[in-house]
Design a protein around this ligand. Structure first.
Ligand code: PLP
Length: 379
Protein backbone atom coordinates (compact mmCIF):
# COMPACT_ATOMS: atom_id res chain seq x y z
CA UNK A 1 0.00 0.00 0.00
CA UNK A 2 1.55 3.29 -1.12
CA UNK A 3 0.85 6.30 1.11
CA UNK A 4 3.87 8.42 0.21
CA UNK A 5 2.30 10.42 -2.62
CA UNK A 6 3.80 13.73 -1.48
CA UNK A 7 7.26 12.36 -2.27
CA UNK A 8 6.39 10.91 -5.69
CA UNK A 9 3.04 9.69 -6.97
CA UNK A 10 2.48 5.98 -7.49
CA UNK A 11 1.19 4.05 -9.36
CA UNK A 12 1.64 5.89 -12.61
CA UNK A 13 -1.39 5.67 -14.93
CA UNK A 14 -1.04 3.12 -17.77
CA UNK A 15 -1.30 6.04 -20.22
CA UNK A 16 2.00 7.38 -18.84
CA UNK A 17 3.72 4.02 -19.18
CA UNK A 18 2.39 3.65 -22.74
CA UNK A 19 3.50 7.14 -23.77
CA UNK A 20 6.98 6.57 -22.38
CA UNK A 21 7.29 3.15 -23.98
CA UNK A 22 6.20 4.61 -27.31
CA UNK A 23 8.77 7.41 -26.99
CA UNK A 24 11.54 4.97 -26.05
CA UNK A 25 10.72 2.48 -28.77
CA UNK A 26 9.67 4.77 -31.61
CA UNK A 27 11.14 8.26 -31.50
CA UNK A 28 13.49 8.98 -28.60
CA UNK A 29 15.99 10.73 -30.84
CA UNK A 30 17.60 13.98 -29.77
CA UNK A 31 14.74 16.52 -29.93
CA UNK A 32 15.29 19.52 -32.15
CA UNK A 33 18.95 18.78 -32.78
CA UNK A 34 18.71 16.98 -36.10
CA UNK A 35 16.42 17.38 -39.06
CA UNK A 36 15.36 13.74 -39.39
CA UNK A 37 11.85 12.45 -38.76
CA UNK A 38 12.51 10.97 -35.34
CA UNK A 39 14.12 14.14 -34.05
CA UNK A 40 11.25 16.20 -35.44
CA UNK A 41 8.70 13.90 -33.81
CA UNK A 42 10.48 14.13 -30.43
CA UNK A 43 10.50 17.91 -30.74
CA UNK A 44 6.80 17.94 -31.66
CA UNK A 45 5.85 16.00 -28.52
CA UNK A 46 7.94 18.33 -26.37
CA UNK A 47 6.35 21.40 -27.96
CA UNK A 48 2.94 19.88 -27.41
CA UNK A 49 3.81 19.36 -23.74
CA UNK A 50 4.89 23.02 -23.43
CA UNK A 51 1.63 24.17 -24.99
CA UNK A 52 -0.60 21.89 -22.91
CA UNK A 53 1.17 22.80 -19.67
CA UNK A 54 1.00 26.53 -20.47
CA UNK A 55 -2.71 26.22 -21.21
CA UNK A 56 -3.42 24.17 -18.08
CA UNK A 57 -1.68 26.73 -15.83
CA UNK A 58 -3.09 29.83 -17.54
CA UNK A 59 0.32 30.89 -18.82
CA UNK A 60 0.43 32.79 -22.09
CA UNK A 61 3.96 31.94 -23.25
CA UNK A 62 4.54 28.24 -24.10
CA UNK A 63 8.10 29.10 -25.19
CA UNK A 64 8.86 30.21 -21.65
CA UNK A 65 7.84 26.80 -20.25
CA UNK A 66 11.29 25.39 -19.45
CA UNK A 67 11.85 21.72 -18.71
CA UNK A 68 14.12 20.72 -15.86
CA UNK A 69 14.88 17.42 -14.18
CA UNK A 70 12.78 18.05 -11.04
CA UNK A 71 11.32 20.90 -8.98
CA UNK A 72 14.64 21.44 -7.22
CA UNK A 73 16.55 22.20 -10.41
CA UNK A 74 13.77 24.58 -11.50
CA UNK A 75 13.89 26.35 -8.11
CA UNK A 76 17.68 26.64 -8.29
CA UNK A 77 17.42 28.17 -11.74
CA UNK A 78 14.72 30.61 -10.66
CA UNK A 79 16.54 31.70 -7.49
CA UNK A 80 20.22 31.57 -8.42
CA UNK A 81 19.46 32.98 -11.87
CA UNK A 82 17.74 36.03 -10.39
CA UNK A 83 19.91 39.18 -10.28
CA UNK A 84 19.98 39.48 -6.48
CA UNK A 85 22.50 41.91 -5.06
CA UNK A 86 23.88 42.58 -1.62
CA UNK A 87 21.23 44.10 0.64
CA UNK A 88 18.27 42.71 -1.34
CA UNK A 89 15.55 41.06 0.71
CA UNK A 90 13.53 37.90 0.04
CA UNK A 91 10.26 37.20 1.80
CA UNK A 92 9.37 33.54 2.14
CA UNK A 93 7.67 31.26 4.67
CA UNK A 94 8.68 28.95 7.47
CA UNK A 95 7.18 25.97 5.61
CA UNK A 96 9.56 26.02 2.69
CA UNK A 97 11.23 22.88 1.45
CA UNK A 98 15.04 22.72 1.51
CA UNK A 99 14.85 23.11 -2.26
CA UNK A 100 13.91 26.73 -1.61
CA UNK A 101 15.74 27.29 1.64
CA UNK A 102 19.15 25.94 0.65
CA UNK A 103 19.49 27.90 -2.60
CA UNK A 104 18.31 31.03 -0.76
CA UNK A 105 20.82 30.48 2.05
CA UNK A 106 23.54 29.90 -0.54
CA UNK A 107 22.65 33.21 -2.22
CA UNK A 108 22.64 34.85 1.20
CA UNK A 109 26.18 33.60 1.87
CA UNK A 110 27.52 34.47 -1.55
CA UNK A 111 25.68 37.67 -2.42
CA UNK A 112 24.63 39.03 0.97
CA UNK A 113 20.83 39.00 0.71
CA UNK A 114 18.47 39.08 3.70
CA UNK A 115 15.77 36.43 4.10
CA UNK A 116 12.58 36.56 6.18
CA UNK A 117 10.92 33.22 6.92
CA UNK A 118 7.38 34.33 7.69
CA UNK A 119 5.72 31.94 10.14
CA UNK A 120 2.21 31.42 8.87
CA UNK A 121 1.13 29.33 11.86
CA UNK A 122 -0.37 25.90 12.10
CA UNK A 123 -4.04 26.59 11.38
CA UNK A 124 -5.64 27.12 7.98
CA UNK A 125 -5.44 30.91 8.45
CA UNK A 126 -2.74 32.95 6.76
CA UNK A 127 -2.33 36.45 8.15
CA UNK A 128 -1.95 38.35 4.91
CA UNK A 129 -1.72 41.72 6.72
CA UNK A 130 1.24 40.51 8.82
CA UNK A 131 2.80 39.03 5.68
CA UNK A 132 2.44 42.39 3.95
CA UNK A 133 4.17 44.09 6.88
CA UNK A 134 7.21 41.90 6.25
CA UNK A 135 7.67 43.41 2.77
CA UNK A 136 10.35 46.12 2.81
CA UNK A 137 11.56 48.53 0.13
CA UNK A 138 14.49 46.09 -0.36
CA UNK A 139 12.20 43.10 -1.02
CA UNK A 140 13.15 41.80 -4.46
CA UNK A 141 11.22 38.53 -4.43
CA UNK A 142 8.37 36.77 -2.63
CA UNK A 143 8.76 32.99 -2.62
CA UNK A 144 5.95 30.81 -1.39
CA UNK A 145 5.21 27.13 -1.36
CA UNK A 146 1.55 26.83 -2.42
CA UNK A 147 1.02 23.80 -0.22
CA UNK A 148 3.16 22.50 2.63
CA UNK A 149 4.71 19.08 2.09
CA UNK A 150 4.69 18.68 5.86
CA UNK A 151 1.29 19.82 7.12
CA UNK A 152 -0.74 20.05 3.93
CA UNK A 153 -1.47 23.69 4.72
CA UNK A 154 -2.65 25.61 1.66
CA UNK A 155 -1.31 29.15 1.23
CA UNK A 156 -3.58 31.80 -0.41
CA UNK A 157 -1.38 32.47 -3.44
CA UNK A 158 -4.01 34.56 -5.22
CA UNK A 159 -3.99 37.09 -2.37
CA UNK A 160 -0.20 37.04 -2.14
CA UNK A 161 0.06 37.45 -5.91
CA UNK A 162 -2.15 40.55 -5.75
CA UNK A 163 -0.01 41.93 -2.95
CA UNK A 164 3.19 41.20 -4.89
CA UNK A 165 1.80 42.89 -7.98
CA UNK A 166 0.66 45.98 -6.03
CA UNK A 167 4.13 46.27 -4.49
CA UNK A 168 5.92 45.52 -7.77
CA UNK A 169 7.75 42.50 -6.30
CA UNK A 170 8.31 39.35 -8.45
CA UNK A 171 6.39 36.36 -7.13
CA UNK A 172 7.75 32.80 -7.23
CA UNK A 173 5.41 29.92 -6.42
CA UNK A 174 6.67 26.45 -5.55
CA UNK A 175 3.71 24.32 -6.60
CA UNK A 176 5.45 21.00 -5.89
CA UNK A 177 2.55 19.78 -3.75
CA UNK A 178 -0.33 21.41 -5.61
CA UNK A 179 0.26 21.12 -9.37
CA UNK A 180 -2.31 18.56 -10.49
CA UNK A 181 -4.30 18.93 -7.26
CA UNK A 182 -5.41 22.57 -6.96
CA UNK A 183 -6.22 25.05 -9.71
CA UNK A 184 -3.35 27.42 -10.52
CA UNK A 185 -3.70 30.28 -12.98
CA UNK A 186 -0.47 32.15 -13.54
CA UNK A 187 -2.13 35.22 -15.08
CA UNK A 188 -4.99 35.52 -12.65
CA UNK A 189 -2.76 34.90 -9.63
CA UNK A 190 -0.02 37.30 -10.78
CA UNK A 191 2.65 34.61 -10.61
CA UNK A 192 5.96 35.58 -12.22
CA UNK A 193 7.79 32.29 -11.73
CA UNK A 194 5.98 28.98 -11.38
CA UNK A 195 7.80 25.76 -10.45
CA UNK A 196 6.51 22.22 -10.21
CA UNK A 197 7.74 18.65 -10.61
CA UNK A 198 6.19 16.28 -13.12
CA UNK A 199 6.40 13.26 -10.83
CA UNK A 200 3.94 14.16 -8.08
CA UNK A 201 0.38 15.41 -8.66
CA UNK A 202 0.77 15.52 -12.43
CA UNK A 203 1.30 11.74 -12.36
CA UNK A 204 4.29 11.88 -14.69
CA UNK A 205 7.66 10.16 -14.30
CA UNK A 206 10.61 11.11 -12.13
CA UNK A 207 13.23 13.17 -13.92
CA UNK A 208 10.74 15.85 -14.96
CA UNK A 209 10.17 19.37 -13.65
CA UNK A 210 9.05 22.70 -15.04
CA UNK A 211 9.90 26.37 -14.62
CA UNK A 212 7.56 28.94 -16.19
CA UNK A 213 9.22 32.32 -16.52
CA UNK A 214 6.95 35.33 -16.90
CA UNK A 215 7.82 38.07 -19.38
CA UNK A 216 8.56 40.61 -16.65
CA UNK A 217 11.38 38.57 -15.11
CA UNK A 218 14.88 38.25 -16.44
CA UNK A 219 17.03 35.37 -15.29
CA UNK A 220 20.60 34.37 -15.96
CA UNK A 221 21.00 30.71 -16.94
CA UNK A 222 22.76 28.63 -14.31
CA UNK A 223 23.74 26.07 -16.97
CA UNK A 224 25.39 26.84 -20.26
CA UNK A 225 25.96 24.46 -23.13
CA UNK A 226 24.53 22.85 -26.21
CA UNK A 227 21.05 23.98 -27.15
CA UNK A 228 20.91 22.81 -30.76
CA UNK A 229 20.65 26.44 -31.88
CA UNK A 230 23.12 29.25 -32.73
CA UNK A 231 25.98 26.80 -32.36
CA UNK A 232 28.42 29.24 -33.98
CA UNK A 233 28.13 31.58 -30.98
CA UNK A 234 30.09 31.19 -27.75
CA UNK A 235 27.18 32.85 -25.94
CA UNK A 236 24.10 31.07 -24.70
CA UNK A 237 21.25 31.92 -27.12
CA UNK A 238 18.98 34.43 -25.41
CA UNK A 239 15.88 32.82 -26.82
CA UNK A 240 13.49 30.86 -24.65
CA UNK A 241 13.24 27.99 -23.91
CA UNK A 242 16.81 27.14 -25.06
CA UNK A 243 18.18 29.96 -22.90
CA UNK A 244 17.45 27.87 -19.79
CA UNK A 245 17.55 24.41 -21.38
CA UNK A 246 21.14 23.38 -22.02
CA UNK A 247 21.70 19.74 -22.95
CA UNK A 248 19.44 17.01 -24.24
CA UNK A 249 15.92 17.06 -22.86
CA UNK A 250 14.25 14.04 -21.28
CA UNK A 251 12.00 13.16 -24.23
CA UNK A 252 10.47 9.95 -22.76
CA UNK A 253 9.93 11.72 -19.43
CA UNK A 254 8.28 14.72 -21.03
CA UNK A 255 6.08 12.42 -23.15
CA UNK A 256 5.07 10.70 -19.90
CA UNK A 257 4.40 14.04 -18.22
CA UNK A 258 2.17 15.08 -21.12
CA UNK A 259 0.23 11.82 -20.74
CA UNK A 260 0.00 12.35 -16.96
CA UNK A 261 -1.40 15.83 -17.52
CA UNK A 262 -4.07 14.39 -19.83
CA UNK A 263 -5.07 11.89 -17.12
CA UNK A 264 -5.30 14.68 -14.53
CA UNK A 265 -7.51 16.66 -16.90
CA UNK A 266 -9.72 13.64 -17.45
CA UNK A 267 -10.05 12.94 -13.72
CA UNK A 268 -10.63 16.65 -13.06
CA UNK A 269 -8.85 18.78 -10.47
CA UNK A 270 -12.05 19.25 -8.45
CA UNK A 271 -12.61 15.51 -8.21
CA UNK A 272 -8.95 14.81 -7.36
CA UNK A 273 -8.97 17.37 -4.55
CA UNK A 274 -12.40 16.24 -3.30
CA UNK A 275 -11.24 12.61 -3.24
CA UNK A 276 -8.04 13.49 -1.38
CA UNK A 277 -9.97 15.61 1.11
CA UNK A 278 -12.42 12.75 1.72
CA UNK A 279 -9.55 10.35 2.43
CA UNK A 280 -7.74 12.93 4.57
CA UNK A 281 -10.80 13.62 6.71
CA UNK A 282 -11.30 9.89 7.29
CA UNK A 283 -7.60 9.46 8.04
CA UNK A 284 -7.48 12.32 10.56
CA UNK A 285 -10.63 11.08 12.32
CA UNK A 286 -9.09 7.62 12.59
CA UNK A 287 -5.75 8.95 13.82
CA UNK A 288 -7.50 11.06 16.49
CA UNK A 289 -9.05 7.88 17.88
CA UNK A 290 -5.63 6.39 18.67
CA UNK A 291 -4.12 6.99 22.11
CA UNK A 292 -0.64 8.51 22.36
CA UNK A 293 -0.89 9.75 18.78
CA UNK A 294 -0.79 13.45 17.85
CA UNK A 295 -1.80 14.82 14.45
CA UNK A 296 -0.49 18.14 13.10
CA UNK A 297 -1.73 20.64 10.53
CA UNK A 298 -4.92 22.51 9.69
CA UNK A 299 -8.28 21.04 10.70
CA UNK A 300 -10.17 21.27 7.44
CA UNK A 301 -8.99 22.82 4.19
CA UNK A 302 -5.69 21.06 3.55
CA UNK A 303 -3.90 18.82 1.10
CA UNK A 304 -3.81 15.05 1.47
CA UNK A 305 -0.67 15.25 3.58
CA UNK A 306 -0.91 14.32 7.26
CA UNK A 307 1.97 14.25 9.74
CA UNK A 308 1.71 12.62 13.15
CA UNK A 309 3.86 11.49 16.06
CA UNK A 310 3.36 8.75 18.64
CA UNK A 311 4.54 9.61 22.12
CA UNK A 312 7.95 8.13 22.86
CA UNK A 313 8.36 6.26 19.57
CA UNK A 314 10.81 7.40 16.93
CA UNK A 315 9.08 8.27 13.66
CA UNK A 316 11.55 6.16 11.64
CA UNK A 317 10.71 3.14 13.77
CA UNK A 318 7.00 3.52 13.06
CA UNK A 319 7.66 3.84 9.32
CA UNK A 320 9.86 0.75 9.36
CA UNK A 321 7.22 -1.31 11.16
CA UNK A 322 4.54 -0.10 8.74
CA UNK A 323 6.74 -1.06 5.81
CA UNK A 324 8.21 -4.34 7.05
CA UNK A 325 5.25 -5.75 8.89
CA UNK A 326 2.24 -4.24 7.10
CA UNK A 327 3.63 -3.42 3.64
CA UNK A 328 2.53 0.18 3.98
CA UNK A 329 4.85 2.84 2.52
CA UNK A 330 4.92 6.18 4.36
CA UNK A 331 7.69 8.69 5.02
CA UNK A 332 9.30 9.54 8.34
CA UNK A 333 11.86 12.11 9.45
CA UNK A 334 12.18 15.78 8.57
CA UNK A 335 10.68 15.67 5.06
CA UNK A 336 13.35 18.11 3.80
CA UNK A 337 11.76 20.88 5.82
CA UNK A 338 13.47 21.26 9.20
CA UNK A 339 12.05 24.79 9.54
CA UNK A 340 8.56 23.42 8.95
CA UNK A 341 9.14 20.96 11.79
CA UNK A 342 10.31 23.82 14.02
CA UNK A 343 7.06 25.64 13.22
CA UNK A 344 4.90 22.74 14.35
CA UNK A 345 7.17 21.91 17.30
CA UNK A 346 8.45 18.50 16.19
CA UNK A 347 11.85 17.16 15.34
CA UNK A 348 10.56 14.41 13.09
CA UNK A 349 7.17 12.89 12.29
CA UNK A 350 5.52 10.18 10.24
CA UNK A 351 3.83 11.54 7.15
CA UNK A 352 0.96 9.82 5.37
CA UNK A 353 0.11 11.31 1.99
CA UNK A 354 -2.66 10.24 -0.36
CA UNK A 355 -3.34 10.56 -4.08
CA UNK A 356 -6.10 9.97 -6.61
CA UNK A 357 -5.62 6.20 -6.64
CA UNK A 358 -5.72 5.61 -2.88
CA UNK A 359 -8.91 4.19 -1.39
CA UNK A 360 -10.98 4.39 1.82
CA UNK A 361 -10.15 0.71 2.49
CA UNK A 362 -6.47 1.60 2.56
CA UNK A 363 -7.16 4.31 5.12
CA UNK A 364 -9.02 1.75 7.28
CA UNK A 365 -6.03 -0.59 7.02
CA UNK A 366 -3.41 1.98 8.01
CA UNK A 367 -5.52 3.05 11.00
CA UNK A 368 -5.83 -0.60 12.12
CA UNK A 369 -2.09 -1.07 11.71
CA UNK A 370 -1.31 2.01 13.81
CA UNK A 371 -3.77 0.89 16.49
CA UNK A 372 -1.94 -2.44 16.66
CA UNK A 373 1.45 -0.72 16.83
CA UNK A 374 0.32 1.51 19.71
CA UNK A 375 -1.19 -1.51 21.54
CA UNK A 376 2.05 -3.39 21.01
CA UNK A 377 4.05 -0.58 22.62
CA UNK A 378 1.72 0.56 25.38
CA UNK A 379 -0.37 -2.57 26.02
C1 PLP B 1 7.21 21.79 -1.45
C2 PLP B 1 8.28 21.07 -2.22
N1 PLP B 1 9.16 21.79 -2.94
C3 PLP B 1 10.12 21.20 -3.66
C4 PLP B 1 10.25 19.82 -3.68
C5 PLP B 1 11.35 19.20 -4.49
O1 PLP B 1 10.83 18.46 -5.54
P1 PLP B 1 11.78 17.53 -6.43
O2 PLP B 1 12.07 16.33 -5.62
O3 PLP B 1 10.99 17.26 -7.67
O4 PLP B 1 13.00 18.29 -6.72
C6 PLP B 1 9.35 19.04 -2.95
C7 PLP B 1 9.48 17.56 -2.92
O5 PLP B 1 9.02 16.90 -2.05
C8 PLP B 1 8.34 19.68 -2.21
O6 PLP B 1 7.46 18.98 -1.51
Amino acid sequence: MYLDQAASSFPKPPEVVEAMTKALTEYAANPGRSGHKMSVKANEVISQAREQLAHFFGFKYPNRVCFTSNATSALNQALKGFPFQSGDHVLTTSYEHNSVRRPLEDIKRKRGIEITYFDSGTSEDFDIAAFEESITPQTKMIVVSHGSNLTGKIVPIKKIGKLAKDKGVPFLVDAAQTAGVLPIDVEEMNIDLLVFPGHKGLLGPQGTGVLMVGKEVSLEPIFHGGTGSRSESIEQPEVYPEYLESGTLNTPGIAGLLAGLEVVKKLGLDEIHRHEQRLTKKLIEGLHSIDYLKVYGPHSDRLGVVPFTIEGIDSQEIAIILDQHYDIAVRAGLHCTPIGHESIGTCGAVRISVGPYNTEEEIDQVILALQEIVEGYFG
